[in-house]
Design a protein around this ligand. Structure first.
Ligand code: GTP
Ligand code: MG
Length: 137
């Protein structure tokens, strides 16, 4: 598919990096289809990250993702999922390539600045978690 889903994580929003991150996303050729600023409750973060519920960091992840406002977006580009994961870089910023969003803005594996969907199927599920069909242009 030509769409992916992303969220700018709370620490990056709190540190005033929304504009810097969106500038990198647009410069890489992605078009913003949907965008807003909102905040997850711990329960909603738990639902969003349900696939990780058996992992040791699940509680910490849900707490961190609900700790402040986030900026979810649906993005469009050819090969959106794969190209966006290349743009954001490795989950752990210690392993992220130079010039990636996480290399520049992540603080740790938990506070890694941004989310990117890992498949076309999950991009559609995650996008519809935040946006209705009449909010996607
Ligand atoms: P997302 O784009 O956010 O889904 O990241 P990812 O696909 O690169 O990583 P993954 O789906 O495996 O993990 C989801 C999120 O959980 C990561 O982005 C991290 O914020 C967090 N996470 C992953 N591994 C760890 C860990 O070992 N410790 C902590 N605290 N958080 C982790
Ligand atoms: Mg993931």
């Amino acid at each position: 598919s030509n769409r992916t889903f992303t969220m700018i994580k709370p620490h990056a929003v709190a540190d005033n990096h929304i504009g810097g991150i969106i500038a990198m996303i647009e410069a890489a050729g992605f078009r913003i289809v949907a965008m807003k600023k909102t905040q997850l409750t711990p329960a909603l973060a738990g639902k969003f990250y349900e696939v990780h519920k058996e992992r040791g960091f699940y509680g910490e992840l849900c707490e961190m993702m609900s700790s402040g406002p986030i900026v979810p977006m649906i993005l469009e580009k050819e090969n959106a999922v794969t190209d966006f994961r290349t743009l954001i870089g490795a989950t752990n910023p210690a392993n992220a390539e130079e010039g990636t969003i996480r290399k520049i803005y992540a603080k740790s594996v938990g506070e890694n600045a941004i989310h990117g969907s890992d498949s076309d199927e999950n991009a559609a599920i995650e996008g519809s978690f935040f946006f209705g069909v009449t909010e996607q242009y």
